[in-house]
Ligand binder design. Structure first.
Ligand code: HEC
Ligand code: HEC
Length: 257
């Protein structure tokens, strides 16, 4: 290789290193950017409300639930949900007479993180789909009639009885103008939608909290956005009205299933 050639190569080499240093300096001076962020107009990721679907297999699994096995498993639940399925704390739901499908779905949703509730998610993790069916069978059998021994906070008189007529209208007629169907057309006794729990023996404070959570999206495990779309239409006063109404034992009919 001639001397001139070698000199030319060295010059090219120096230029390359110079260019690289310049690029590095520019890269360091550029403001930090998050290149993994989604482009502004992209769709938000799809969120599936629940992994539960009412297939024949699922319905058969729930129907096979063994109430006696459920009774044994329920010893882990009694100190919160009550010995007889009626809780002594207004914010903790009653489980006596609970609808089997609804009960089972909630356990699955807690387990899958589809319904967020710190205490229940941790508890539900320890129970299989079959355990859930057994527990559901047990709680569905517990009577909803009062017993002098139980520590229930249900029924609890309405704090504001003037709200009873607001509640009655929503429960029986809904509000066609806002697209709210009557509560009793899904929650009974007029008809039941699969997975809709009876509300007639539930604690008012618990119901009100759930309605708030549906309306602000904190609870989003309802298939087809059924409850979120209804709760969004309700005013805070209407939520209080229907919750206190059911919580006072005024709701029509207790599920006979
Ligand atoms: C430490 C108290 C505690 C214990 C123990 C507990 N739960 Fe719960 N459970 C709660 C609370 C609080 C909620 C309401 C969660 C929320 O705010 O969404 C709840 C909700 C539920 C629901 C949903 C009810 C509905 O109407 O949607 C089911 C079903 C349930 N629990 C079943 C069980 C079972 C079965 C056990 C025992 C294996 C159990 N829980 C043990 C506190 C408890
Ligand atoms: C179109 C049917 C439908 C109508 C109408 C309806 N609901 Fe629901 N509701 C459901 C279903 C289904 C669920 C169970 C959601 C899930 O899968 O977690 C539910 C759940 C609820 C819950 C949670 C209960 C619990 O134990 O956690 C409350 C509270 C509730 N509904 C209140 C109401 C009120 C009040 C009305 C009337 C203003 C109403 N719903 C009307 C279908 C309906």
């Amino acid at each position: 290789m001639s001397r001139a050639n070698r000199a030319a190569r060295v010059r090219i080499g120096v230029r390359c290193v110079g260019t690289l240093l310049l690029l590095l300096a520019i890269a360091l001076l550029l403001p930090e950017r998050n290149f993994s962020a989604q482009p502004e107009n992209s769709e938000p990721p799809l969120r599936i409300p629940s992994n539960v679907a009412w297939t024949n297999e699922t319905l058969a699994l729930i129907a096979r639930g063994n109430a006696f096995r459920g009774l044994l498993l329920a010893r882990r639940c009694n100190h919160c949900h009550g010995e007889e399925g009626f809780s002594s704390v207004p914010g903790v739901p009653n489980l006596a007479g609970e609808d089997r499908l609804s009960f089972w779905k909630q356990m699955q949703d807690f387990r899958a993180g589809k319904r967020t509730a710190q205490v229940m998610q941790a508890i539900a993790e320890g129970f299989s789909a079959r355990d859930g069916a057994d527990l559901a069978a047990y709680y569905a059998m517990l009577p909803t009639t009062s017993d002098p021994q139980d520590q229930r906070v249900f029924p609890e008189a309405m704090a504001d009885p003037a709200l009873a007529s607001t509640a009655l209208t929503l429960v029986v007629f809904g509000d066609g103008q806002r697209g709210i169907p009557p509560c009793q057309s899904c929650h009974g006794p007029v008809s039941y939608v699969k997975g809709a729990p009876p509300l007639a023996t539930q604690n008012g404070a618990y119901l009100e909290e759930q309605l708030e959570h549906f309306s602000n999206g904190a609870r989003a495990n309802d298939i087809n956005v059924r409850m979120r779309s209804i709760a969004k239409e309700l005013t805070p006063e209407e939520m209080r009205a229907v919750s206190e109404y059911y919580g006072a034992g005024l709701g029509p009919g207790v599920s006979s299933r």
